[in-house]
Structures are given as structure tokens and as C-alpha cells.
Design a protein around this ligand. Structure first.
Ligand code: ATP
Length: 339
């Protein structure tokens, strides 16, 4: 049903910050929801940089075709320092007014939400959609891109395990996560890693890394998998210390940007579609300065200010579980040692 009551006639959608698989399904959902509501939708290219440059393209049914399964972001993404200044934000708001944009949907992480909030302070209606492989947005139990990134990392690590097993080596794998360890933690669980290093948790190298390898060796294991989030320290240092302490042949693999690519998983397509749909509905209802989020199975929204003030902490129970079922504890019990 076409909405004839909304005053919103034209909205812009942008992707900003680090790209994440699933941004395209969000864009598609935004475009299709706009069509359903009789709202014109334009794509703003390269995030806030494109907004400042007035770099927009019309997005219609055809332009959003095929996006449900496409990785990356059709709209391109960028980081824009100028937008962090008040002059930049005022220029952005003036561009919105000049282009006749009644609202902006911004897909990205907390930096993107700060940019949207600044635009809202300049009188522009905004809604944010959490799209980041880090899953570090506190108000949302899930961020678009996380599941695909986990699956990509897992697939690569499974392949590594084959060669590590053949050569009886210790593999130290660096996954993305400069400030957040969720990706590393989930990947460690899913790959059965012996230990994981995350930025949120101080590690006792002797107890948390070397001891599980020692005990694993004592029960006959000859290959080992250690996962390091990029913000938790250098994977090369970790490998060097393991080699020096235990004379184990180690190899480092930095998965890098491959984790950002690939066709979005079912979860990222589903969640992305729901969030894009909800974001446009909020704008059409005259709401602004909101972030749409997942709350388990539910889709909810928060004030951006409130969303940015919330903090997400690493899931301690998952970390403990890895130690208990894969690392030192399980091996110690197997050997009849004190845990
Ligand atoms: P990710 O962490 O996944 O890369 P992000 O959205 O947090 O995503 P950032 O690079 O932090 O990525 O932010 C993206 C863009 O948002 C910045 O380049 C800048 O244009 C804008 N931005 C970030 N912080 C602010 C701020 N405090 N005020 C205005 N704009 C901001």
C-alpha cells in the first residue's frame, strides 16, 4: 500500500566506514521499501564524502536488482575527515537541503552513527543501520556482515588446519578486530581453536597459550590452532614466542581483507532486509536520530545518543567455554591433572 500521509518524498542512502557483506541487501531493502511507500530513493556514493560532494544516483527497482546476493557495497564506502568538523557537517546538511533529501539512511558502524547524529543536529532526519563485521554495536545483538565474515574466516581456517595437521605445525591466525574480539571469539569456537587472544582481555601467555599447547602435545596432538584478533597484538610475536618457548614449528596467516568480501550469508540477507525496511518506515513516520537494531529475534530502534552511550563487553562465558572444552581445562582432566 502506498503511503500518502507521509511528508517524506525523497531520501538518500549511504554506506560508510569499513564495508561489510550485507550492506547491499540493506540498500536493496531501503530502495524497495521506498518504492512501496511512494518515496523517491537516491544513493549517495562514498559515504559522507559523497554527501559533501553531492555525488548521488537515483536508485530504482532495476538499480537494486541482484543486490541481495552481492558482496561489498554498490554505493562504495569511504572515510571522511572533513565531516568530523562542524563546517563539514553544516555543508552536508546544506547539500541535503539543496538536493531535497527529507531523510538519510546511513549503514555503518558507530563512527557512521556519530556522523548521522551530527547531521541530525543540523536539522536533517536520519536513521542508522548497524553494518560492520565487528559486531561491536552495543544496542544491537547483531550487526550486518558479522555472520558472513565469520563463515569466510572459518572456511579459510579449515583449509589451514589440513596443512597444519599434515606438517604438524602450530598455526597462528590473525583475524580482523582492532577494538573488538567478537569475530575472533566466534571463529575460535567454530574452528575448535586451542586459544584465542582478544583486545578486551589481557592474556597470561604462559597459562593461556603455552600451557594448552604443552598439554595438547602431552596427549599426542601435533598441530595447534591459535586465533589472534588484530587489536590483541601481533600474530608474528605470538608465533615467535611459541616457537622460542616450545620449539614448535609455527606459521602465521593474516586473513586480512578477504574477511570483508563474499556473497552475504542467509543471516546477513535476512537481517539486512529487515533493518532496511524498518529504517525507511521510521523516516516515513517522521522519526529521526534513530538506530534500528536486532534485539534477539525482534527489530527495535533506539535514539542514536542512547545507542552510542551503551557499551558492549566481550562474552566472558564464551571465552571461559573455550578454555574449558578445548584448552587447558579439558586436557588437564584428560591427563588426570588438577584444573
Ligand atoms: P567500522 O568501524 O566498521 O569501520 P564506522 O562507521 O565506525 O565503521 P568510522 O571510520 O569510524 O567507521 O566512521 C565512518 C565515517 O563517519 C568517518 O569517516 C566520518 O566521516 C564519520 N564520522 C565518524 N566519527 C564522526 C564524528 N564524531 N562526527 C562526525 N562524523 C563522524
Amino acid at each position: 500500500m502506498v503511503n500518502t500521509t507521509s511528508k517524506v518524498r525523497r531520501i538518500g542512502v549511504l554506506t560508510s566506514g569499513g564495508d561489510a557483506p550485507g550492506m547491499n541487501p540493506v540498500v536493496r531493502s531501503v530502495v524497495r521499501t521506498c518504492l512501496h511507500l511512494g518515496i523517491e530513493c537516491v544513493g549517495i556514493r562514498r559515504g559522507f564524502a559523497g554527501l559533501l560532494a553531492g555525488d548521488i544516483r537515483p536508485l530504482d527497482y532495476d538499480a537494486s536488482s541482484g543486490l541481495i546476493r552481492r558482496g561489498g557495497t554498490k554505493l562504495y564506502t569511504a572515510r571522511c575527515e572533513e565531516f568530523k568538523t562542524e563546517a563539514g557537517q553544516k555543508k552536508g546538511a546544506d547539500t541535503c537541503k539543496f538536493l531535497g533529501l527529507d531523510g538519510i539512511v546511513g549503514i555503518g558502524g558507530d563512527g557512521t552513527f556519530r556522523g548521522l547524529q551530527a547531521l541530525s543536529h543540523q536539522g536533517i532526519s536520519v536513521v542508522g543501520v548497524p553494518g560492520t563485521i565487528d559486531n561491536d554495536i552495543a544496542c544491537s545483538t547483531y550487526t550486518v556482515g558479522f555472520d558472513t565474515a565469520c563463515n569466510t574466516a572459518i572456511e579459510a581456517i579449515d583449509r589451514l588446519q589440513d596443512t597444519m595437521q599434515s606438517h604438524e605445525r602450530c598455526s597462528v591466525v590473525e583475524v580482523m578486530g582492532r577494538h573488538a574480539g567478537y569475530l575472533a571469539l566466534n571463529v575460535a569456537v567454530a574452528c575448535g581453536a586451542l586459544a584465542v587472544l582478544v583486545p578486551e582481555k589481557e592474556v597470561n601467555f604462559e597459562e593461556d597459550i603455552l600451557e594448552p599447547i604443552r598439554r595438547s602435545r602431552l596427549v599426542g596432538r601435533t598441530h595447534f590452532m591459535i586465533i589472534v584478533a588484530e587489536g590483541a597484538g601481533s600474530a608474528y610475536d605470538v608465533a615467535k614466542r611459541i616457537h622460542e618457548a616450545l620449539s614448535v614449528d609455527t606459521r602465521v596467516t593474516v586473513l586480512g581483507h578477504v574477511q570483508r568480501g563474499g556473497s552475504p550469508s542467509a543471516q546477513d540477507r535476512l537481517v539486512g532486509t529487515h533493518l532496511g525496511y524498518r529504517a525507511v518506515q521510521l523516516l516515513a513516520e517522521g522519526k529521526t536520530n534513530r538506530v534500528v537494531c536486532c534485539n534477539g529475534e525482534e527489530y527495535v530502534d533506539y535514539d542514536i545518543e542512547e545507542a552510542l552511550s551503551m557499551h558492549k563487553t566481550i562474552d566472558e562465558s564464551t571465552y571461559t567455554m573455550i578454555q574449558q572444552i578445548t584448552g587447558t581445562d579439558a586436557l588437564s582432566r584428560m591427563m588426570g591433572l588438577r584444573v
